[in-house]
Design a protein around this ligand. Sequence first.
Ligand code: SF4
Length: 373
Amino acid sequence: MLTINYGKDYVKTAYDALAASDIKTYLQKNIAVSIKPNLVVERPASEGATTHPEVAEGIIQFLKDFGIKEIKIIENSACGHSTKLAFRSCGYEALQKKYNVSLKDLKDDRFIPLKHEGIDFQISETALNSDFLINVPVLKAHCQTRLTCCMKNLKGCMPQSEMRRFHSLGLHKPIAALNVLLKTHYCVVDGICGDLSFEEGGTPIEANRIIAGQNPLLTDSYCAELIGYNPDDIGYLSYGIKYGVGEYYSQKTKIVELNTEHKPVCRINSEGTQSVPRIADKYRSLIDEDRACSVCYAALIFALHRKGGSMRGRKICIGQGFKNKGSAYTGAASSLRTAGSSECLGIGNCTQGFKNYVKGCPPKAADILGMLP
Ligand code: SF4
């Protein structure tokens, strides 16, 4: 089961996602819970690299209401970055004070030697000894592995020397093997504004969504499609299947979507607030947008970015303004529309009157990519 919730009140969105999810099937009272965010660098979550503290706050509130007393936030920031500084500058020290939770810099932890698939590991004792580990990554792109989400987030439970060694081993196999040795008990993915192309942020794409699921492989496979990849494009997901970490998301997976009316609407063609970041400027001339939800627009930008922005003369229409309009639709004002909309590719169910359109509300970037010329 995957639960997806939309909203701009991130504390409530995370809380409600968990309340509607199946986490209570796995959680027990009076256990110690560790929350593992992604604080790879000491940069605010709005830049697209780190987990919003509001998401962690929604999880903490949910756990406390459930009756959990012992809550730790654990992390080991990337090589050359200070976890303690990240805790402070990313808003986690404030959470510590407000909720009396503890912060554990895993750089100071003991590490336990373990082995899987012939690969030696050193894994954080604190993470291994957690009764229940909640993995709270950012859904974002990665320059080497393409996707970084739940499975890769566990890399922060190893010493920095191991992180470097992981890279020398090609990343995919060790990431999958690590997920066998260190079990994630539940995943809450921060899909608020993950970065389009780089794990350290700078090009965030607003989507305002939280995705909750029990299995890290299943959750990652769903998230891969959201940013334009098939699960088999991500090496560590394929290895994860081989090593028994889980299965890919499929038509059989129960999906619960909440508050779909809160999908943010971007207003790039009006004088309202611009919610799509500057990276989207690059592709704006290809797109005829009319009241598109940001999450829909974000999927399109992910797909165009992967494609390299070429549309070979085709035009793209996206947004709620295209509901009930067929492919013969031509507007007066837009140069794209007057350029001949019979060649328009519609994005999302709002454009289902078009001859060619990508299904979904929102559609997945992977599906859009498959339809781009
Ligand atoms: S298809 Fe759905 S997500 Fe996309 S603009 Fe229409 S209502 Fe929004």
